[in-house]
Design a protein around this ligand. Structure first.
Ligand SMILES: CC(C)(COP(=O)(O)OP(=O)(O)OC[C@H]1O[C@@H](n2cnc3c(N)ncnc32)[C@H](O)[C@@H]1OP(=O)(O)O)[C@@H](O)C(=O)NCCC(=O)NCCS
Length: 174
């Protein structure tokens, strides 16, 4: 069963299960990473009362080509290890891409190597230009993120070889 809900409409036990799932899936999970998944729409895969998959999309601003684009930024994508390769990842992305296409100028995410094939097959494009962040000290390059940022283009024209700048937040900026 796949559930799509805003953070505000999820009961505390469901949010606690999502947080626990992500700590289980990602060795380097932090509280900032969890906080980055909050405030937008979640896709949750339930098997009975057990949560086996989570993904979320939140709004961020991405600066590109002189515009502040409204981006649906995908966060916290994880499927429990013993439930992978059954289409849960694709089902969650179906749900979140519907939100991205209906509400945002583009989708964006920072991909793990493991998930690249899933995203590429679904039409996500590797950002080829330099990435940066709008920090309190101004725009700063984020070279470590180059090669891992994917976008789902919408109606707005994108130059994938141009610069892409994300808004500021605590923790990992991309
Ligand atoms: C990335 C991740 C979310 C994918 O979840 P998933 O539920 O396994 O995703 P899917 O089942 O939809 O697709 C994964 C693969 O299974 C295949 N698959 C889907 N349904 C299948 C089925 N019924 N039988 C066999 N294979 C199947 C897909 O074709 C895909 O193959 P590919 O990756 O070789 O192209 C999961 O591997 C994960 O949690 N990884 C660790 C955390 C992580 O890296 N998250 C991404 C952060 S950006």
């Amino acid at each position: 069963m796949i559930q799509t809900a805003h953070t505000a409409d999820l009961e505390p036990p469901a949010l606690a299960a999502a947080r626990a799932l992500l700590y289980d899936v990602f060795d380097d999970m932090t509280e900032h990473d969890w906080e980055h998944s909050l405030g937008g729409m979640h896709a949750l895969v339930w098997e009975g009362d057990e949560l086996v998959g989570h993904a979320a999309v939140v709004q961020r601003r991405l600066l590109h080509g002189g515009r502040a684009l409204r981006a649906g930024y995908v966060e916290g994508v994880g499927v429990r290890a013993d439930h992978r390769r059954r289409g849960h990842g694709a089902a969650m992305m179906d749900a979140l891409e519907r939100v991205v296409r209906g509400a945002y100028d583009l989708g964006a995410l920072g991909a793990t190597d493991e998930a690249v094939a899933l995203y590429e097959r679904r039409g996500w494009k590797l950002w080829q230009g330099p990435s940066s962040a709008l920090t309190p000290e101004g725009v700063r390059r984020t070279p470590d993120e180059d090669g891992a940022i994917y976008v789902l283009p919408g109606a707005v024209a994108l130059d994938l070889a141009g610069e892409l700048t994300c808004d500021w937040r605590d923790g990992d900026v991309w």
